[in-house]
Design a protein around this ligand. Structure first.
Ligand SMILES: Nc1ncnc2c1ncn2[C@@H]1O[C@H](COP(=O)(O)OP(=O)(O)OP(=O)(O)O)[C@@H](O)[C@H]1O
Length: 817
């Protein structure tokens, strides 16, 4: 397609020139994706990109719904996509071979060692001319040396250039996984050179881990912590999601190894354990405020993400999200909110960055791809568009099952959220993570200066299809195909051109609905490594630059190649994720006394979160969605006693294992089951201090409520009154907990709420010669939980991917998760 080129004057960032520097082979062994012949010299690299973690890039205003619902940006994170991309571009110039040391504190080394995966396709390769020239490691090294000085100068310039940018967010942070051979450095900024106002930069630097002051300030001494008191999550949740416990430390403790296991633009993920069973380990996604986000916006954004994640937490391909809790300031975290989630072993990006990924058979890659597709389809069937699909947001469970995560910019996509027959709500604004963000969304990137006429409302479902296509291309090629899916990127322009060429010269019906003729062959660089024109049809149709003709998820599931991909797991398999045991309830008086002070209707009226809107109840049987339409954010006084009584009830409707406390006066130890539980698993050490007292602890930089901007005064006062009413004595000092019911499987609880798709996905997975896996021999997972996936066909070992540049630490990190 040449449409973009015509419509838009190509704007090349000055930083693009720095991309034309170094190339490095990502994988250099003979494999089905052997790219050695495509390796380019530094001059040929153009704007090649390494395989790097992609930051999520909500627009400054968020992706608002189109004409239908312009307010849907309420929950969006304010991050500058263009800015990060510019920085990304700059960073690309530093390329080097694999570096094994994870302790390097030198900025340049960090960049160098994680930039060994440039694009391998030459611009001239687009129609198979194959002019790529291998770039030797020695050449790269010498080039790197030459670049060191240049990079220092560039860093200096960047620091100056971006200082004080109004929309700077935490997503600007440069996170470094110490054990990884690719840095998560979304803006290409060396952590050690990061501008001082990147509040969460280098949070994974172990040396700074215990330095609380690091968390308290950004470079301008602006505090990025929530002001006290921290709001009660229940005040932001619909009635049927209100929680028995809202404090992390009611039922969880931090993992003693105290290592972050992941980090994103607005969060940091750590392991937490059940207070009662050491073996029950979960992920705590600690949510961070982003720049210039008011506390109220933070609460609404996070509660929306939670509600969506919880809403979807009943499918084998969705990471279960259990609770939204208050998190205290500790040596591990700053105070705030966090999600208790199912723990993933790795994310897909971390698998793909391993050197052994190139040797993963096609069949296994397609299995992963199909699992992701099934997760996406499940989201769509449940009214949600993910909108930020990328390898980093696909977790792999210890059984090797793909699970989608990060619903931070996801949204209900129907005009009437709970009415799945209502039309699709279009969106506007720049969101997502390039290059997985499709071209129609990239038109909204302010830095690209596209004419407004190109900025048209887009279909959020088509975003997910496109991202899936780019993911498949990346999985097969081992590298992302381009930096941005827009015509400012030469490689994207080449892709568009080759798409048009293929249609014009080889398959004029390629874009026709139901056309399942072969896709592009080896003469097209982004098709070559597939070695299968059926597979290229799927990848290219999903990644169709034109959203009007792009494969929908239904189209994908009708594709014969897709249908015959064999997977390890069926979409309707039970996930059987063990829900955390909640024995201790948050203070009864805390929750009851908070309710009257919850935000009033008007305060939440501008949110796009349909759960927080009061709408007339439907006459249909009440699904969770419908129930959520009338959340009692402002409880009537009579609910006080109701809530109080509720704390003694079994609250398993969210699938959480709730152990109802005994009435006052009941002796501890009366219940044999509880004793047995604790005998079986060594009780985990718990905090002796209650969360509120931790939250209320004065810190050198704690924000005074009085200091909150006037626009937030009403909310602040309400929150203050909520938390100030919290007694100093925690609930768990009260009634003795008595286990009265075992865990209710989350999927069952949720299906009882009519949230399961009416039409369960039924894909007959049969072995196909052209996608057969070389690892079809059935092997045991060796996982204690393997029995829980009884229906699963164990045919792949998705986690068994070697990494020749892995150091000891990374191996242990891999195993320990
Ligand atoms: N439940 C989990 N178990 C294990 N690791 C996780 C879990 N959730 C997240 N992670 C890790 O943390 C990373 C960041 O998580 P996530 O994407 O949810 O954060 P975010 O702040 O929303 O990021 P983004 O910048 O993409 O919006 C993930 O890529 C993954 O590596």
């Amino acid at each position: 397609m040449t449409r973009n080129s015509k419509d838009k004057e190509v704007h090349k960032s000055p930083s693009v020139s720095t991309l034309k520097l170094l190339g490095k082979r990502l994988f250099n062994s003979n494999s089905h994706t052997d790219n050695s012949s495509l390796l380019l010299s530094a001059e040929q690299l153009g704007n090649g990109r390494s395989l790097r973690k992609r930051p999520t890039s909500p627009s400054s205003g968020g992706a608002s719904s189109g004409a239908n619902s312009p307010s849907s940006s309420a929950g969006a994170r304010n991050r500058s996509a263009s800015l990060h991309r510019k920085k990304n571009n700059v960073s690309v110039g530093l390329s080097s071979g694999p570096v094994s040391s994870h302790k390097s504190s030198v900025a340049l080394q960090d960049l160098i060692k994680h930039n060994n995966n440039p694009y391998l396709n030459s611009p001239s390769d687009i129609l198979g001319t194959g002019t790529g020239i291998a770039s030797t490691r020695d050449r790269d090294r010498s080039a790197i040396e030459r670049e060191k000085e240049k990079e220092r100068a560039r860093d200096k310039e960047r620091n100056t250039h971006h200082a004080g940018l109004p929309q700077r967010s935490n997503s600007m942070a440069s996170h470094h996984f110490p054990n990884e051979n690719i840095i998560y450095n979304p803006y290409g900024i060396n952590p050690n050179h990061a501008r001082p106002d990147t509040a969460f930069a280098d949070t994974l630097n172990m040396n700074k881990e215990n330095d609380l002051s690091f968390y308290m300030h950004d470079g301008n001494a602006k505090i990025r912590m929530l002001p006290l008191p921290i709001a009660n999550p229940n005040d932001f949740l619909p009635e049927d999601m209100k929680q028995y416990s809202v404090h992390l430390t009611d039922n969880f403790v931090f993992d003693t190894d105290n290592k972050p296991i992941g980090s994103g633009g607005s969060s940091e993920v750590r392991k937490v354990k059940s207070s009662y069973r050491q073996k029950d380990v979960y992920a705590l996604k600690k949510l961070n405020m982003i720049y210039h986000e008011s506390p109220e916006k933070f609460y609404k954004r996070c509660s929306k993400e939670f509600i969506i994640a919880k809403h979807l937490s009943h499918n084998v391909h969705i990471t279960n999200t259990f609770c939204l809790v208050k998190v205290p300031t500790t040596t591990y975290t700053t105070r705030g909110w966090g999600f208790i989630m199912e723990l993933g072993v790795k994310d897909l990006f971390q698998l793909m960055e391993r050197t052994g990924w190139k040797n993963v058979p096609f069949g296994e890659k397609y299995c992963l791809f199909k699992q992701v597709a099934q997760g996406i389809r499940f989201c769509h069937e449940n009214g949600i568009a993910h909108r930020d699909l990328k390898p980093e947001n696909v977790l792999i469970s210890k059984e090797g099952v793909c699970k989608l995560t990060d619903f931070g910019i996801s949204d209900w996509y129907h005009v009437v959220p709970h009415d799945y027959t209502s039309p699709v709500k279009t969106c506007q604004g720049m969101i997502g993570s390039p290059p997985y963000t499709p071209p129609e969304v990239m038109y909204f990137d302010a830095k690209k200066h596209y004419p407004e006429r190109l900025q048209k409302p887009y279909n959020p479902l088509a975003m997910d299809s496109y991202a899936l296509g780019i993911m498949l291309i990346t999985m097969i090629n081992n590298i992302i195909p381009f930096i941005d899916s827009c015509n400012t990127d030469a490689r994207f322009r080449e892709f568009e051109l080759s798409y048009d060429n293929f249609i014009n010269h080889q398959n004029p019906h390629f874009r026709d609905k139901g056309c399942h003729k072969a896709g592009p062959g080896a003469e097209y660089s982004l098709a070559r490594n597939f070695k299968n024109t059926e597979a290229t049809r799927v990848a290219w149709r999903l990644a169709d630059p034109d959203p009007a003709t792009r494969y929908t998820m239904d189209d994908l599931f009708e594709d014969p190649f897709f249908q015959q991909i064999e997977t390890c797991v069926e979409p309707n398999d039970d996930s059987f994720v063990k829900a955390p045991e909640l024995r201790k309830s948050t203070s009864i008086s805390d929750s009851t006394e908070n309710f009257p002070d919850a935000p009033n209707e008007q305060e939440v009226s501008h949110t796009s979160n349909p759960f927080l809107k009061r709408e007339p109840l439907s006459t249909k049987p009440r699904s969770m969605l419908e129930i959520a339409q009338s959340p009692s954010l402002k409880l009537k006084p009579k609910l006080k006693s109701k809530t109080k009584a509720k704390s003694h009830d079994i609250m398993d409707k969210e699938g959480l294992k709730i152990v109802t406390p005994k009435p006052q006066g009941k002796e501890q130890g009366e219940d044999q089951n509880e004793d047995k539980d604790e005998d079986e698993d060594k009780p985990t050490e718990n905090f002796s201090t209650n969360v509120d007292s931790l939250l209320e602890k004065a810190t050198p930089t704690s924000t005074k409520v009085d200091d909150i901007p006037s626009e937030e005064n009403s909310t602040t006062k309400e929150l203050k009154s909520m938390i100030n009413s919290t007694p100093s004595t925690p609930t768990h000092n009260g009634p003795t907990p008595v286990p009265v019911k075992t865990a209710t499987p989350l999927n069952k609880g949720m299906s009882d709420l009519s949230l399961r798709s009416e039409t369960p996905i039924s894909v007959k997975d049969t072995s196909a010669p052209n996608v057969s896996s070389s690892s079809n021999s059935i092997r045991s997972f060796g996982s204690p939980n393997v029995s829980s996936l009884k229906k699963k066909k164990v045919i792949h070992h998705h986690l068994d991917i070697t990494n020749s540049v892995t150091n000891v630490s990374s191996v242990s990190a891999f195993v320990s998760r």
